[in-house]
Design a protein around this ligand. Structure first.
Ligand code: FAD
Length: 384
């Protein structure tokens, strides 16, 4: 593994930085975050520049790069603004299923508009009753009648639920098999399909520009052509999907920590107390140095996890370590950023309180930190 980024990667990061400086206006972000609005125009502009489809195949309009490049974009966007960053970089969440497992027809239908930013997508696993951390059994069922599959059930906490053009949903196709996860299948369902309804969840703690909602399936009729990957292999496909996308969440956390840290560091150099800049007070100065040590460690754990995926050596333990650690660092560093700004840190317009509220989600979605630690433990037991 190379221990520094290539010239191309650095140039790409600079291009994203320039884009964010132009488009991620702090006042606009504050206003849209308050209104819980998705920044559709910015998403489309980012897509046109290729920033939302770095790792999608070139033949369908993607960048043909790896997960590391995707993570670099996510990190930079979340550094610039945690709410816009998450919303824009997650606009096509779930499309990776089509990219890696889809049939030729599915790829031709969904990937070009996804890469151009004309489509948004979502991936639905979580359900109101049991399935959150535990996705080994789905209450949402897909039952075959003749040539049709009828889907019934409710998915909740779904990113992009009300704005997605299609959803990839995990369902139970075999209700008798044990263990139950051997009977789960992924289906892609288009927006507007009869029987599918969506609604928005409001008043989230953070990432309010990212839309979260429910998806209801009431006798939604699809066919074999809607199956993504193999019948009854949806659980395994989902696990592989998370092993990759979790690295992206780690990148979100690194970016958020870095963004809040930079605001705090700049402030601590200028603001004086007891006759000298805050930075000269040991508790603040060393606190900020400590924060950067942790950010740097989290960053390289994240890059390593991404690099392993790109090298075809995906390691679920390394991914889990990176996500759990980066998420904790994001919580600690954004908290210290508020503390550094004192009372001003508590005000919305200084932005660090939002970085902190937004950072919390990285400890929850795509596998909570507890779940990551259980994964780490599982692999440690195999090794030692
Ligand atoms: C903003 C947002 C966006 C989301 N986007 C999506 C999405 O796009 N698609 C989707 O399908 N889902 C999405 N989710 C759902 C998210 O993935 C789940 O909330 C998460 O996986 C946790 O599941 P849960 O909420 O059911 O918590 P639970 O699984 O009920 O867990 C509750 C608590 O118990 C702990 N716990 C659970 N099991 C164990 C165990 N074995 N040992 C120790 N502790 C344990 C958990 O760590 C957690 O602290 C989103 C959630 C949010 C808030």
């Amino acid at each position: 593994m190379k221990l520094e980024l290539s010239q191309e990667q650095i140039a790409m990061v600079n291009a994203v930085k320039e884009f964010c400086q132009k488009e991620f206006k702090p006042e606009l972000a504050l206003e849209m975050d308050k209104k819980e609005e998705f920044p559709l125009d910015i998403y489309k502009k980012a897509a046109k520049l290729g920033f939302t489809s770095m790792s999608f195949p070139q033949e369908y309009g993607g960048g043909g790069c790896g997960l590391l490049e995707t993570c670099l974009v996510i990190e930079e966007m979340c550094r610039a603004d945690s709410s816009f960053g998450v919303a824009v970089s997650s606009g096509n969440f779930g499309s990776e299923f089509i990219s890696t497992l889809g049939t030729k027809e599915q790829k031709e239908k969904y990937l070009p508009p996804i890469c151009k930013g004309e489509f948004l997508s979502s991936a639905a696993f979580t359900e109101p009753n049991v399935s959150g951390s535990d996705i080994t059994k789905m209450e949402t069922t897909a039952t075959k009648y003749g040539n049709e599959w009828w889907i019934n059930g409710t998915k909740t906490f779904i990113t992009n639920a009300t704005i997605a053009d299609f959803v990839v949903a995990l369902t139970q196709t075999d209700t008798k098999i044990r263990p139950t996860y051997r009977g789960e299948t992924l289906f892609v369902v288009d927006k507007g399909t009869a029987g599918m309804e969506t609604s928005k969840l409001h008043n989230k703690m953070g990432i309010r520009c990212s839309i979260t909602g429910e998806v209801l399936f009431n006798n939604v009729k699809v066919t074999d052509a809607n199956i993504v990957g193999e019948l009854n292999k949806g659980f395994y496909s989902s696990m592989e999907f998370f092993d990759k996308t979790r690295v992206g969440v780690a990148a979100q956390a690194v970016g958020m920590a870095q963004g809040a840290w930079e605001i705090a560091f700049k402030y601590a150099k200028q603001r004086e107390a007891f006759g000298q800049p805050l930075l000269q007070h040991e508790l603040i100065g060393c606190g900020l140095a400590d924060g950067m040590i942790k950010i740097e460690a989290a960053r390289w754990m994240t890059y390593r996890a991404a690099w392993l995926v790109d090298a075809g050596k995906m390691d679920p333990m390394i991914t889990a370590m990176a996500k759990a650690y980066a998420a904790r660092v994001a919580m600690e560093v954004t908290d210290f950023a508020i503390q550094t700004l004192g009372g001003y840190g508590y005000l919305g317009e200084y932005r660090v309180e939002r970085f902190h509220r937004d950072a919390k989600i990285t400890e929850i979605y795509e596998g909570t930190s507890e779940v990551q630690k259980l994964t780490v433990l599982k692999y440690l037991l195999r090794k030692f």
